[in-house]
Ligand binder design. Structure first.
Ligand SMILES: NC(=O)c1ccc[n+]([C@@H]2O[C@H](COP(=O)([O-])OP(=O)(O)OC[C@H]3O[C@@H](n4cnc5c(N)ncnc54)[C@H](OP(=O)(O)O)[C@@H]3O)[C@@H](O)[C@H]2O)c1
Length: 279
C-alpha cells in the first residue's frame, strides 16, 4: 500500500501481526501504522519487530485512523465497537473487520450506523502469507476504500470480493474452515501409508509434498481439477482403483454434507454473536 493513510489495528494478535507484516513488506511505512492491544508484551513485541506506533488504549490508536482494522475476537467486538462508536461517527474511517461471524449490519449498528464497513473472512494460512479471504463491502464503502481494503488483505494472500454478504457463510465453510479439512485428509493419508509399511517421517513428507504439488499444479493450470484428475488416471491403473474406492464410499456426498454443516453453523454463530448488547 503506497498511499499515506493511517491504519490502526484494534487487537494486536495473530491476524493483526500477519496483516501488519504483509503491509510493511508491501511498502507501507511503519509510521502509518498504529496498533492497540490490552496485552503490553504483545505490543512491545510488535513495536520491536515492526517499528510501528503502539498504545494500550484503543481510542489513542484509532484517533488519526483513516482505516480501522478490527482484529479482536468476535466475542469482544461488541464492546470494542461501543468504545469506538463516537470516534468512528466523528472521523468516518473505513472500518475493516476480520472477526469471523459478525455481520456487517450488526457491526454497523454497534458503531452507530452509516459506517463504511468491509467485512473479511481470512483463514489461518494468512499467518504465513498464503491466506484466502472473502471480502464484502457495504454500500457506504467508496471505490478507493474498496481498493484499500483489498490491498490490506492481499498482503496476506488472495482476496475475493463477494456480492452478497450471505455468501460469507459459504466462504467460511470453504476456505475459512477448509485448512482443517485438508489437515484431516493428509492425516488420513499418512496413517494409511504407515499401515502400508512406510515410516511416519516418510509418510508425512510424501503426503505434504504431494498436497503441495497437486495444489500448485491446479493453481498453475488452466484446466479444472476434474480434467487434471482424469489426466493422471490411467485406465486399469492404481489411481483409478483408489478413485473408484472413494466414489464407492460417496466421498463427494460426504464433502457436501460437511460443508453444508459448516455453513449452517456459520449462520447460527452470526445470529448468536449479532445479539450481543441487545436487551
Ligand atoms: N487467526 C486466524 O487464523 C483467523 C482466521 C480468520 C479470522 N480470524 C479473526 O481475526 C480476529 C483476531 O483473531 P486472532 O487469531 O488474531 O486472535 P488473537 O491472537 O487472540 O488476537 C486478538 C488480540 O486482541 C486483544 N484484545 C482483546 N480484547 C481487546 C480489547 N478490548 N481491545 C484491544 N485488544 C483486545 C487480545 O488480547 P488478549 O489475548 O489479552 O485477549 C489479543 O491480543 C478474530 O475475530 C478472528 O475471528 C482469525
Amino acid at each position: 500500500m503506497t498511499n499515506s493513510n493511517t491504519i490502526a489495528f484494534i487487537g494486536g494478535g495473530n491476524m493483526a501481526r500477519s496483516l501488519i507484516g504483509g503491509l510493511i513488506q508491501d511498502g507501507t511505512a511503519p509510521e502509518q501504522i498504529w496498533v492497540s492491544d490490552r496485552n503490553a508484551e504483545q505490543l512491545q513485541a510488535l513495536q520491536q519487530r515492526f517499528g510501528i506506533h503502539t498504545s494500550s488504549d484503543n481510542l489513542t490508536a484509532a484517533a488519526e485512523a483513516d482505516v480501522l482494522v478490527l482484529a479482536v475476537k468476535p466475542q469482544v467486538l461488541h464492546s470494542v465497537a461501543s468504545e469506538l462508536q463516537a470516534l468512528v461517527q466523528q472521523r468516518q474511517p473505513l472500518v475493516i473487520s476480520v472477526a469471523a461471524g459478525i455481520r456487517e449490519q450488526d457491526l454497523n449498528r454497534w458503531l452507530g450506523g452509516n459506517v463504511a464497513i468491509v467485512r473479511c473472512m481470512p483463514n489461518t494460512p494468512a499467518l504465513i502469507q498464503t491466506g484466502a479471504s472473502g471480502l464484502y463491502a457495504n454500500a457506504q464503502v467508496s471505490a478507493s476504500q474498496r481498493d484499500q481494503a483489498e490491498s490490506i488483505l492481499r498482503a496476506v494472500g488472495i482476496a475475493l470480493w463477494l456480492e452478497h454478504e450471505a455468501q460469507m457463510d459459504a466462504v467460511t465453510a470453504l476456505s475459512g474452515s477448509g485448512p482443517a479439512y485438508f489437515f484431516l485428509f493428509m492425516e488420513a493419508m499418512q496413517n494409511a501409508a504407515q499401515a502400508l509399511g512406510l515410516s511416519a517421517d516418510q509418510a508425512k513428507l510424501l503426503t505434504l509434498q504431494t498436497a503441495l504439488g497437486a495444489s500448485k499444479m491446479a493453481l498453475e493450470s488452466e484446466e479444472d481439477c476434474a480434467v487434471l484428475r482424469q489426466r493422471v488416471t490411467s485406465p486399469g491403473g492404481t489411481t483409478e482403483r483408489a478413485l473408484n474406492s472413494f466414489e464407492h464410499d460417496d466421498l463427494r456426498a460426504s464433502v457436501q454434507r460437511a460443508l453444508n454443516a459448516a455453513c449452517e453453523r456459520s449462520r447460527e454463530l452470526a445470529d448468536q454473536l449479532g445479539q450481543a448488547g441487545d436487551a
